[in-house]
Design a protein around this ligand. Structure first.
Ligand code: ZN
Length: 161
């Protein structure tokens, strides 16, 4: 197997070693990078040429690093605008759920308190058939009644459909 020059980006030194193997720098234990420059070619170079090659390799590694940094915002796949719209949507959806839930709960609790007074069933029947009651509260009423089939039958007998 031919030996190649391996470069350490961390301590900026060169070693000779086999190609295609992950070898750690003997000095600082960082992973060495294959330069594809053979040992014989390296030995034939002058000191200045070696230094300029080192600089070139270091520069290439720095470039790769900045390339990765530039790509990172795109990696999430979402622009800032999209994130803002999603946040707005979630807030609006939560507010809508809260309002619907409150109205529904209001109807449910009203039904519960209506049944406690003497004319409860008639009051319930009146409220359910009354067009003034909003549809969501009305569905709260109906859910309450639905839990008590006997009551539901009685209330229906008061409502003129
Ligand atoms: Zn090193």
């Amino acid at each position: 197997m031919e030996s190649t020059i391996l470069y350490c980006k961390k301590c900026d030194s060169c070693f000779s070693g086999p190609e295609g193997q992950a070898i750690l720098c003997p000095t600082c234990k960082a992973e060495l990078i294959e330069t594809h420059c053979s040992v014989s070619k390296w030995d034939s170079l002058s000191k200045d040429e070696k230094n300029s090659l080192r600089k070139q390799w270091k520069g290439m590694i720095e470039e790769q690093k900045t390339d990765l940094k530039d790509e990172q915002p795109g990696e999430s796949g979402l622009s800032d605008d999209a994130v803002v719209s999603i946040k707005a949507f979630v807030i609006i959806a939560c507010a809508a759920l809260l309002i619907i839930g409150s109205l529904w709960g209001y109807g449910f609790c009203k039904a519960h308190s209506d049944i406690k007074n003497e004319e409860g069933l008639i009051v319930m029947a009146y409220r359910i058939s009354n067009k003034g009651l909003n549809p969501i509260s009305k569905s709260g009423y109906k859910t309450y009644l639905h839990n008590y089939p006997k009551l539901e039958r009685q209330v229906k007998s008061f409502i003129r459909y």
